[in-house]
Design a protein around this ligand. Structure first.
Ligand code: GDP
Length: 252
């Protein structure tokens, strides 16, 4: 794995056996081995404590760690394909339980017309009203990108959402210079094929970090307990525990 030191320099590091899973965004303790090689090499000997860890449903339904120490979850949807509020809710529940601050982005706003205008209005009405920040962007026309960039400053964020909503395009717009890549974890797929998942933590020019990973982008939240699901619907919190029917399961 690639480790960034305090000065922003990167080292190619091996991992001491007994440290368990280390994911993108983790803080580690390392020892330098060879400073003459390029990049420098080292060995990771310790794992720092985590504020949080994002899990997704992995192979065979098992929880799989994808990224750690996340401050913001950027839930990206678009006008085409149309947003699915059930899916947005699932991402919000996952974010609230990390906990991390969710921000909703409606991308492809350049495709706005009379027919899909209600989609934007609906999302704003539902989510803005209950306290979530909803941002409208167009990655192709660079609309709303300054605002998105300023919201990403000083936090570690990840983009999540369906395929084809424009996440890669947003990342490319935010990070035009690929050389600012600062960390990378390659991992052979569980099936033993040659497919590789690469999670990368990028330093944003305006401050803050963006974790970009195919595995994170399209993650579906793992099954959470009843309490956690409740915790994920912030608009219901004021009513939690206040039902007048003591034996009500609130599941139907
Ligand atoms: P991802 O699968 O979420 O990473 O989506 P991509 O970034 O690969 O984009 C999917 C498709 O949507 C591509 O053809 C992009 O060119 C297009 N796309 C992305 N952002 C925008 C946008 O803001 N407006 C329009 N019209 N198309 C976009």
């Amino acid at each position: 794995l690639i480790v960034m030191d305090e000065n922003g320099e990167t080292l190619s590091c091996q991992l001491r056996q007994n440290l368990g899973t280390i994911v993108c965004g983790d803080h580690v303790v390392f020892e330098t081995l060879d400073t003459s090689s390029e990049p420098k090499t080292g060995i990771v000997v310790g794992l720092g404590s985590r504020n949080n860890i994002l899990l997704k449903s992995g192979f065979g339904g098992k929880a799989k760690a994808v990224a750690a120490n996340i401050g913001q979850v950027i839930v990206v949807c678009s006008l085409v394909p149309k947003p699915n509020s059930y899916l947005i809710d699932r991402y919000l529940v996952a974010a609230e339980n990390l906990p991390a601050k969710p921000i909703i982005v409606i991308n492809k706003i350049d495709l706005l017309d009379e027919e899909n205008e209600h989609v934007v209005n609906d999302i704003n009405t539902i989510y803005d009203t209950i306290g979530y920040r909803v941002l409208e962007t167009s990655a192709t026309e660079s609309t709303g990108m300054d605002e998105l960039q300023s919201m990403l400053a000083d936090a570690t964020s990840i983009l999540v959402g369906l395929s084809c909503v424009g996440k890669s395009s947003l990342v490319k717009d935010l990070l035009p210079d690929i050389d600012i890549r600062i960390g990378e974890i390659s991992e052979a797929s569980k099936e033993g094929k040659h497919t590789t998942t690469v999670s990368t933590l990028y330093s944003l020019p305006t401050g803050g970090h963006l974790i970009d990973s195919p595995g994170v982008r399209d993650f579906s939240p793992i099954n959470l307990g009843k309490e956690q699901i409740m915790n994920g619907f912030i608009e219901l919190k004021p009513y939690s525990g206040k039902c007048k029917f003591a034996n009500c399961s609130h599941t139907h």
